[in-house]
Design a protein around this ligand. Structure first.
Ligand SMILES: CC(C)(COP(=O)(O)OP(=O)(O)OC[C@H]1O[C@@H](n2cnc3c(N)ncnc32)[C@H](O)[C@@H]1OP(=O)(O)O)[C@@H](O)C(=O)NCCC(=O)NCCS
Length: 76
């Protein structure tokens, strides 16, 4: 996901992620998984706010995981 620089911090990233999560959940997808660079504060902030579990790795990467078929979190 990439939001154009002059449109950042207006809620678009959150909106797009919520739409993606809703779409995948409705299709029966079990889990969303991704890799985020450790220094990518905006994406890590967004992921945590949406209820993703964030796990460090031995590289400069965090793994983010959201189970979709359990109870939806209030934020996602
Ligand atoms: C990550 C990205 C998609 C976020 O998009 P965005 O539209 O700016 O995000 P939003 O405006 O929806 O913000 C969502 C939350 O992140 C926070 N946030 C956004 N940018 C931030 C920053 N630079 N530092 C800290 N928090 C930030 C917002 O404050 C908001 O939290 P809040 O609701 O608690 O206030 C955007 O920064 C981007 O395109 N980054 C480059 C591409 C990228 O890194 N993609 C992900 C690869 S894994």
């Amino acid at each position: 996901m990439l939001v154009r620089s002059d449109l950042k911090r207006q809620g678009l990233g959150m909106l797009l992620m919520r739409k993606l999560i809703r779409y995948c959940r409705e299709r029966g997808t079990c889990r969303l998984w991704g890799s985020v660079m450790t220094d990518n504060a905006p994406m890590l902030h967004l992921s945590k706010a949406l209820g993703f579990r964030v796990q460090g790795t031995d590289r400069n990467v965090e793994e983010i995981v959201l189970e979709l078929q359990s109870e939806p979190s209030a934020n996602a």
